[in-house]
Write a protein that binds this ligand. Sequence first.
Ligand SMILES: Nc1ncnc2c1ncn2[C@@H]1O[C@H](COP(=O)(O)OP(=O)(O)O)[C@@H](O)[C@H]1O
Ligand SMILES: [Mg+2]
Length: 351
Amino acid sequence: MANVVLSNVSKSYGNLEVIEGLNLAIKDGSFTVFVGPSGCGKSTLLRMIAGLEPITKGTLEIDGKPMNEADPIERGVAMVFQNYALYPHMSVEQNIGFSLRMAGLSKEDIAARVAVAAQTLQIEPLLKRKPGQLSGGQRQRVAIGRAIVRDPEVFLFDEPLSNLDAELRVSMRVEIAKLHNTLGSTMIYVTHDQTEAMTLADKIVVMRAGKIEQAGTPEELYDNPDNLFVAGFIGSPRMNFLRGAFGGGRLRLETGAEWAGAVPDGAVLVGVRPEHFVEPGHGAADVSVKVDVVENLGGTRFVYGTLGSGESVVVEARERGGIRAGDQISFGIKPERAMLFSPSGTRLRNL
Ligand SMILES: Nc1ncnc2c1ncn2[C@@H]1O[C@H](COP(=O)(O)OP(=O)(O)O)[C@@H](O)[C@H]1O
Ligand SMILES: [Mg+2]
């Protein structure tokens, strides 16, 4: 187990700076998820921790030791990739034990470690098979097994579930969470999927264009995003942002609802999560929605509609059955559940 500390870490490819002066302390034994849109630098950051990519500026410490110049093998890390890259001609057993054979361990030691990994991942019946005889989920388990046998201080996962179908992604997600509970190792996990980040992480690091937008627990990011980007990125379906303006002590939505408030005068975006609309008459203001589509999920339903201002909204209407496309219905907004942002994306707090 080990702390991982990045201080002022930058990465450039030629003139292109893809990571900019990044600072982050990852706690021993934590499950940290780097999340952000494609191209924001998640893999680059992970590969710098792994030692697969040189660090242009700044320092990396693992377990208190500087690691910028250390070989990957000396860092005590093991990485699991999106494309599992198993050796097709080797059995599962040989694939899992490969790095141990390279390291010169005895046959008995290798067999013992492979057996423990196989048991942890519940793939004992598959040990004699070749990768071609496995499903995608089973292959990814084998890839994780290769990491486990090395008994690393730090596990690094780069979008390990992205090649799996939706159902398998959910079950493997649970498996990885259990694995973290069992092993207690530091795990750093990269994904572009905010649901994976929310469900797996102790700490989420939201990245955009090579910088950290916000780092915190899933609850902190959901309840208290620092800016419009994080507010829109965390949560599914995403937060609605309604145009409005503040002046004379009142906030007016473009679609025609208003309530008292106190932020600097001028244009604002009012963020309301789909699950935070209430019954009409129960908030400070009601909005009228022309229903375009109702997505019924059984346990709950999402109403996709249009406001009088022409803005699109998504509203979760768990308790309201019988809504049809074409209906005109009202929902309430509670100011304490709405978040205010400047048009440039800064979070505005009520004064
Ligand atoms: N070898 C490379 N040479 C030049 N640019 C690269 C290289 N690898 C990655 N990049 C660029 O660095 C940025 C971050 O990439 P990456 O870390 O792969 O993003 P992510 O994993 O978040 O999708 C992207 O703009 C990408 O095009
Ligand atoms: Mg990537």
